[in-house]
Ligand binder design. Structure first.
Ligand SMILES: [Zn+2]
Length: 103
């Protein structure tokens, strides 16, 4: 999986298809990601000290990493992030369309 926390991604399938958001969390062992504003579900919250009234919260739930694509910050298009070894020997992800280094 080539998606990291803080990446901008676009959703390719499901009810949020086409939406964009920032990756809040990655779960590599499950191949799942949590994306800001995507795949929201209602969660019933019991009253707590910090939220005395309780109620229904909208929380992001994880979605499969294969349902999102990395967005290139330069050309603003989804890309299957290719990886490339840079001159300094470090591995980086690049945009297949414009060659921009995304790390
Ligand atoms: Zn690009």
């Amino acid at each position: 999986m080539n998606i990291k926390k803080g990446d901008m991604v676009t959703v390719t399938t499901g009810k949020d298809s086409g939406k964009r958001g920032k990756v809040l969390r990655v779960m590599p062992s499950d191949n799942r990601v949590v994306v800001e504003g995507i795949n929201k579900a209602k969660k019933h919250q019991k009253p707590t000290r910090s939220l005395p009234q309780g109620g229904i919260l909208q929380v992001e739930t994880a979605l499969n990493a294969s349902n999102v694509m990395l967005l290139c910050t330069k050309c603003n298009k989804p890309t299957r992030g290719a990886s490339k070894v840079l001159d300094n020997g470090q591995k980086a992800r690049i945009c297949k369309r414009c060659g921009e280094v995304l790390d």
